[in-house]
Design a protein around this ligand. Sequence first.
Ligand code: MN
Length: 258
Amino acid sequence: MAIKQTAGHDQLGRFAPQFAQLNDDVLFGQVWSREDELSARDRSMITCAGLMSMGLFPQLKSHMAMAKGNGVTRTEMVALITHLAFYAGWPKAWSAFDLAKEVYGEGDNEDGSRDTAAPATPSKAGTEPDSGPYPLGDPADGPNFTGHVWLHPLTGPDAECPASNVTFAPGCVNRWHTHPHGQLLIVTAGLGWEQEEGRQPRRLEPGDVVFCPAGVRHWHGASGRSSMAHIAVTPASKGQSPVEWMEFPDPDQVAALG
Ligand code: MN
């Protein structure tokens, strides 16, 4: 059963509400959900084929991740791209393989893992984002990020001072938000940006330490050309949400930062 899609609402709900509604309710709500006619897995393979043929690589990457969720294995995705290389073009296959390696991983197993002594951290030379001295952790994509993000908890969930290593894919940033007791960020890998409201964006490099004071609106994330990982220490009182999310920063201004 397909998961309810809210990408249109999340990304364009205010800017282009009719397009967002058509995307979520008609394309995904009515067409994709007709699984008695064509399974979600088959629809994913067809969609990936269409997007690769047109060279629409940003959308292809999102749909590869969805295909993986819909049961398309790495072996099948590799076969799909190899097959299409003859119909859609050799360079497109090269570009698609780069995306498939990011989505499926490069390990020996179908899920990208390795059975033998694999390093805890992903290869810094590889296509997976560099998560610094900690494992990449689990995907934590959601409506509050513009792209892929991974979370590796460094404390238990009930710690008074919860801390995680958070890795943002290149170009991925979060919404404007506040923390009730502020937040300490310690950059562990890559390049990124942090901006507090009313201030110039601050460039982030490994080793940088940023404290965002309580209640001050800010956003943070990766630069457009590199992933970025930081430890986030975000205290919260019992029963209190550690973050209040708002709108996304202006994508043109974020893109202009590089
Ligand atoms: Mn924050």
